[in-house]
Write a protein that binds this ligand. Structure first.
Ligand code: BG6
Length: 369
């Protein structure tokens, strides 16, 4: 049931702090170390790992892109991310030292299932990240990490995505711990920060009023662009996808550094650009680069909405509107920056009179290839 909320989407967005908390439960021991005792995957295999390949579709694939940044940074294992429907057809190189991470909320997406079967035939080990107990993908995988979002009813994914990001961060930290690659202190800090994330997600949800007003002003926009760097890049892709799915507004997400290589031609007065801004304290170099991108956008007269860390005075000077978020570790930022984009898409859709739970032409799980 909707528990008094106007839609399943509204309810599921609000449930995110609890969904993330449940996904973390039992994964951090009393010493602050990650444990994956209930995930049936041998430590020996993970220690000898040569490569990780993530396969997924849609929103789940963006959690895979975030996994790449976290696993490479913390565990120093090369990661490739592929859309499941592209994977089999590019002759990927896999062997018994490859971990394939199959991310699927439903566990029934046919494209992802076929990629899982192919990966196992080629001798790779498959770990499913899934939200649905007993679904086909976890049954056909070697091991499973269940996200604990609870049933997600709205077709467009929100809370399941946040728990997928949580799961891949836990996995990256676990791999780093096992492989002991010399980032020990950072791992401890990140684990500590992860435990405090549900509370920060709750704080971000408090910006709903501001975002609703913003959505009212943007409801008539013919197109919205989303840009970000580093983990902000997949978040920009997710923000754009959510807006397409819910509001049927043309939206595009791209890496902020790409702006000058083409998309800048789209900029003119009235064009709205949502910028995911890295932390000025946690990521000063990326922050400075993003600021110069913001100035290029401003010079073309476009409207800038910044999703930024609270107290970021530079972004406040340049952006037309800023949604301020609590500070966190740079690799954990997607758990916060995604939330205002979900709210923005949902409120633009509502302002345009759309059904946010059942967008046209979409199905919750696509069981054809
Ligand atoms: C799409 C859904 O068809 O499938 C998306 O509309 C979802 O919301 C994608 O992200 C992948 O689904 P799943 O269940 O494999 O995560």
């Amino acid at each position: 049931t909707k528990d008094g909320y106007p839609s399943f989407m509204a309810k599921e967005i609000q449930e995110q702090p609890d969904a993330v908390r449940r996904t973390l439960q039992g994964k951090v021991d009393a010493q602050g170390r990650i444990t994956l005792a209930d995930t049936d995957i041998e430590a020996d295999f993970l220690m000898g790992l040569k490569k990780v390949i993530v396969i997924a579709c849609g929103t789940a694939s963006y959690s895979g892109q975030i996994a790449k940044y976290a696993i490479e940074r913390w565990a120093r294992v090369p990661v490739e991310v592929d859309l499941a429907h592209e994977f089999r057809y590019r002759s990927p190189m896999l062997d018994q030292h490859t971990l394939v991470l199959a991310i699927s909320q439903s566990g029934e997406t046919m494209d992802t299932l076929m990629a899982v079967r192919y990966a196992r035939e080629q001798g790779a080990r498959v770990l499913a990240v899934c939200n649905t107990p007993g679904a086909t993908i976890p049954r056909e995988s070697d091991a499973v990490f269940y996200t604990q979002a609870g049933p997600e009813v709205a077709v467009a994914s929100t809370k399941a995505f946040l728990t997928q990001v949580t799961a891949v961060l836990i996995l990256a930290l676990y791999l780093a711990q096992l492989r002991d690659v010399g980032v020990g202190a950072e791992i401890g800090d990140a684990v500590e920060e992860l435990r405090g994330i549900p509370e920060k997600v709750k704080q971000v949800l408090a910006s709903e009023r501001q975002i609703k007003d913003l959505a009212g002003a943007l409801a008539g926009a013919p197109a919205v662009l989303f840009i970000g760097r580093h983990v902000g890049y997949p978040v920009a892709l997710e923000g754009a996808l959510k807006l397409k799915e819910l509001a049927y507004t043309h939206a595009e997400g791209f890496a902020a550094g790409e702006l000058k290589h083409g998309p800048i031609a789209l900029l003119e007065p009235g064009q709205v650009v949502v910028v995911i801004v890295p932390s000025p304290i946690g990521s000063p170099i990326l922050h400075a680069k993003t600021m110069s991108t913001i100035q290029e956008i401003k010079a073309r007269g476009a409207t800038i909405i910044g999703i930024a860390e609270e107290g970021d005075s530079v972004v406040n000077t340049w952006a037309d509107e800023v949604v301020a978020l609590p500070p966190t570790h740079p690799l954990l930022a997607p758990l916060l920056t995604t939330v205002p984009l979900q709210l923005l898409a949902a409120h633009i859709a509502l302002a345009r009179g759309m059904d946010v739970d059942q967008p046209r032409n979409l199905a919750k799980s696509v069981t054809v290839e």
